[in-house]
Design a protein around this ligand. Structure first.
Ligand SMILES: [Zn+2]
Ligand SMILES: [Zn+2]
Length: 99
């Protein structure tokens, strides 16, 4: 991981769970999900903050991507919509981070 990647990962790690912000119901430890993990090379810029429940819990992304997308409807009805939410949350957090 280079400096730029580390900076981004740290910023995302400071966010709340991107599903919990919109739906509540967070539980367990904080996690970072790599969007489309397992399909090709991982990017540290394709990460979303999730809690354990929304990541690997019974209603979590890894328990069934289709059910997860039907339930939470991320932008574009795709796992990549989690990156849109992450961008929104980073923008909203920007002022807090810079102070
Ligand atoms: Zn959550
Ligand atoms: Zn994951």
């Amino acid at each position: 991981m280079n400096e730029t990647e580390r900076f981004h990962v740290n910023q995302v790690a400071r966010l709340r769970c991107c599903v919990g912000i919109r739906f509540s119901g967070c539980e367990g430890k904080e996690d970072v999900h790599h969007v489309a993990e397992g399909s090709g090379r991982r990017s540290w810029f394709a990460i979303a903050k999730l809690c354990e429940a929304h990541h690997v819990g019974p209603i979590g992304l890894h328990s069934g991507t289709k059910a997860f997308i039907r339930r939470f409807r991320p932008p574009g009805d795709s796992e990549y919509g989690l990156l849109v939410w992450t961008n929104e949350d980073l923008a909203k957090a920007g002022d807090a981070f810079s102070s």
